[in-house]
Design a protein around this ligand. Structure first.
Ligand SMILES: NC(=O)c1ccc[n+]([C@@H]2O[C@H](COP(=O)([O-])OP(=O)(O)OC[C@H]3O[C@@H](n4cnc5c(N)ncnc54)[C@H](OP(=O)(O)O)[C@@H]3O)[C@@H](O)[C@H]2O)c1
Length: 324
């Protein structure tokens, strides 16, 4: 097998494409022939030793992938060789093969392609858990999505529309705003131009959004929180802009508003049954054509460094998927 190896997490330049022995699955594991693997924002951080999860080097980066099971270890009964699965397992995705815990493998619905499957779990699970569980988004409410053309953002637009919300997408370019409208957003705001608070006010007839989905943070957090509606819920998803923002708590008091933390990975491990039910619903929605990952482009696995550069330059719309 071949894989991108991170022997020293000093950045993308240090990754090397290497031939490695193909491992055999131990008890509870499966060997997967990787067909597609997607980039998620933490993949950039993990190779720089800047992510909260710090695997011991050497490791193969990439956490989300889909492929065909080649062999199963002792005790694995619910997955068989030849079966197509998607998996999200911390590391191992950016190569030709990997070992995965069988319990973390999701058998693919019959109509799901490997590319869609590799771009599915992280974004849809995060946005479903955030909007419907943590945010309690209801039909008729207004949802504001920041970074709306990104991975979790596009999933949030689609799920917001399924929930019956009026969706305002916000992104940094007109091209990204156009994509958000194609995904179902009712209005799109380019936050690189003009005054963001005025634009939100105009889009909500002065009332403000009921739910704000924020995977960006940085300088956007305070102005959007100032714009939130009475009893609004501000969902803390991530900090793609870099700095972790602070919010004056008096703003929460004045609006009767909630600042709600969202950590899908912890939810999945602390509440596995609720997570399984959620994943089953997402699988059904995919089969019914209600949700579909936005694929920016596919690239050969060998071009991983160029893919990282594309994502780092804020150029990706939806998901970037590496294929073998
Ligand atoms: N809490 C959870 O459970 C959870 C789960 C998954 C992901 N996340 C977090 O959610 C965030 C987004 O993840 P993602 O996979 O959707 O990433 P993504 O596809 O790269 O989208 C992030 C968006 O952030 C915006 N952005 C603003 N400043 C940026 C900068 N300096 N560099 C890069 N992007 C910037 C970009 O939109 P514009 O150009 O339009 O501003 C971009 O589309 C990350 O922080 C990730 O860690 C959290």
């Amino acid at each position: 097998m071949h894989a991108w190896l991170c022997e020293n997490p000093t950045g993308i330049d240090a990754l090397q494409w290497k031939e490695l022995p193909t491992p055999q699955p131990k008890a509870g594991e499966v060997l997967i022939d990787i067909k597609a693997a997607s980039l998620n924002f933490p993949d950039i951080l993990i190779v720089q030793n800047k992510y909260q999860y710090k695997p011991s080097p050497p490791f193969v980066p990439g956490s989300e992938y889909a492929g065909t099971v080649m062999a199963v270890g002792e005790g694995v009964t619910h997955i068989k060789p030849g079966q197509d699965v998607a998996c999200l397992s911390g590391t191992g995705a950016f190569g030709t093969h990997t070992i995965a815990p069988a319990a973390q493998c999701m058998p693919l619905p019959p109509s799901m392609t490997h590319v869609d499957a590799a771009a599915f779990i992280m974004t849809y699970a995060t946005s479903h858990h955030a909007l419907l569980d943590r945010g309690q988004l209801k039909a008729g409410e207004t949802l504001l999505v920041l970074g709306a053309a990104g991975g979790v953002g596009t999933a949030a637009i689609q799920i917001g529309k399924i929930a019956g919300a009026r969706v305002i997408a916000a992104a940094s370019t007109d091209e990204k705003c156009e994509l958000c409208k194609q995904q179902g957003a009712d209005i799109a705001i380019n936050y690189s131009q003009g005054n963001l608070r005025d634009a939100i006010k105009a889009a909500t007839e002065g009332k403000g959004p009921d739910v704000i989905y924020d995977p960006v943070g940085g300088e956007l957090a305070e102005p959007v929180f100032r714009s939130i509606a009475w009893r609004g819920r501000y969902l803390v998803i991530g900090f793609a802009a870099g700095p972790i923002p602070s919010l004056p708590l008096n703003l929460a008091l004045l609006k009767g508003a909630s600042i709600v933390g969202v950590f899908w990975g912890a939810f999945a491990s602390k509440e596995p049954q609720a997570n399984q039910a959620m994943m089953a619903e997402l699988g059904r929605w995919y089969v019914e054509g209600k949700i579909k990952p936005v694929i920016d482009r596919t690239m050969p696995m060998a071009e991983l460094k160029a893919a990282y550069a594309h994502m780092g330059s804020r150029g990706v719309k939806g998901k970037l998927v590496m294929v073998n």
